[in-house]
Design a binder for this molecule. Structure first.
Ligand code: CTP
Length: 393
């Protein structure tokens, strides 16, 4: 059973948080509540105290507090999970900027783990670029935003901003961690092979698919390491080893291989590198310029010789034609358990896009079409299937 600290800021959605507390109590957890002064205008501390059977904390200097404890520090240390529900635009802005001007925000600052934040506000307040920027900032700090719902609001407006339903928040909080104890190694992004100090050759890859896999595996309880080539996406909250070249990626994969249950190679590794690196910047002397290239190691092929019986290897195949044939050939030659193929001739999916549509080909000859879905959903599908194989080994 866990210690749940619920931070309640001032919005009409406060009444839904009573249900969240009730659900957590019924599941046998210990629940404590910290409220802002404004939250107390919507729902009284007594309502939360009656449900949680614990004091609802409001003021930093309230009478009756135990002098032996320093509330904001002790509460932050006590909590296994800290949920801010509802999180108003104001409280989100304070989290984004480290402001600690009430007991709730003062408790957030010393809390070392990931917060779960359930925003609730009017549709225009939510859509305001400042709120959006603050949400991005908070997410980049490694916190999790529980997406608000769309629908009718207390202010009669329609749109996005309603706090997620308490049952949904409860589910996210208490979701099973099927991958607990499983070690997942993911590669993402391109590799870059330098020609001289300012030029390099590389592959097109944003790293979004690999990062989505790493995040999803981590949400599902896995111990995740991400080896990332040069990417400009946000990798906050992930355990990342950054590399540049294919050779460096190979070394990083090798170093971690013995301690890996599932390897998911989503990186777009450059197959060739300049035969010679020029220490000096190459000057443009001639009309033509030739850069001799030499083969890079094939990471999957190289390490397949060291593959343990119990390990699951997943590869990707980005193909512009003959998708199935090419993917199946790679599945075999790289000794994979599963290959994820996508058709890069389609502009609406893959590369920088947030969506993808893939075909999964398994070593046992079966296959599966994902249909078009968000990269995080594709990530979940891949992880679930890879885990099925792992369990069956
Ligand atoms: N891969 C790898 N090492 C390389 C190239 C690719 O480990 N040097 C991995 C990729 O991470 C991916 C899979 O192999 O999981 C297939 O990559 P892809 O670039 O589609 O295939 P290649 O084997 O490079 O074949 P080709 O470029 O000829 O299509």
């Amino acid at each position: 059973m866990s210690n749940y600290l619920i931070g309640v800021s001032g919005g009409i959605a406060c009444y839904k948080t009573l249900t969240l507390c009730r659900l957590l109590m019924k599941a046998g957890h210990d629940v404590r509540v910290v409220m802002t002064e404004n939250a107390c205008k919507f729902v009284t501390p007594l309502a939360f105290e009656t449900i949680t059977r614990n004091r609802a904390y409001v003021g930093e200097f309230d009478a009756g507090l135990d002098p032996a404890t320093i509330e904001h520090i002790d509460l932050a240390g006590w909590a296994d999970e800290f949920v801010i529900a509802p999180a108003t635009a104001n409280t989100i802005a304070k989290i984004a900027h480290g402001i600690a001007d009430n007991l709730l925000t003062s408790t957030i600052l010393p809390y070392k783990k990931r917060l779960l934040i359930a925003p609730a506000m009017n549709v225009d307040m939510y859509a305001n670029p400042i709120t959006q920027e603050n949400l991005k900032k908070v997410e980049a700090m490694g916190h999790m935003i529980i997406d608000p719902g769309t629908g009718e609001m207390a202010c009669d407006a329609e749109g996005k901003g309603r706090m997620a339903e308490p049952e949904d928040i409860f589910q996210i909080l208490t979701a099973e961690m099927p991958l607990k104890g499983v070690k997942v190694l993911v590669t993402a992004g391109p590799t870059a092979e330098p020609i001289d100090p300012v030029r390099y050759i590389t592959n097109r890859s944003s790293g979004k698919m690999g990062a989505a896999i790493a995040r999803k595996a981590s949400e599902m309880g896995a111990e995740v390491k991400l080896i990332a080539g040069p990417v400009s996406i946000n990798l906050n909250g992930l355990n990342v080893t950054s590399v540049t070249t294919a050779e460096e990626m190979l070394n990083a994969v090798r170093e971690n291989l013995a301690d890996t249950d599932m390897l998911i190679m989503a990186a777009a590794v450059a197959d060739y590198k300049p035969a010679q690196y020029s220490e000096k910047k190459i000057k443009k002397n001639n009309e033509e310029m030739n850069v001799p290239l030499t083969r890079n190691p094939d990471i999957l092929k190289t390490i397949s010789a060291e593959k343990l019986e119990k390990q699951v290897f997943v590869g990707f195949a980005a193909e512009s034609n003959d998708v199935k044939e090419n993917a199946l050939a790679k599945l075999q030659s790289k000794k994979l358990d599963l290959i994820v193929a996508n058709d890069i001739s389609r502009g609406d999916i893959g590369f920088e896009s947030d969506e993808n549509e893939v075909s999964l080909y398994f070593a046992d000859g079966t296959n599966l079409e994902s249909g078009k879905m968000h990269k995080s959903e594709v990530a979940k599908l891949i992880i679930n299937r890879a885990f099925d194989i792992f369990r069956g080994k």
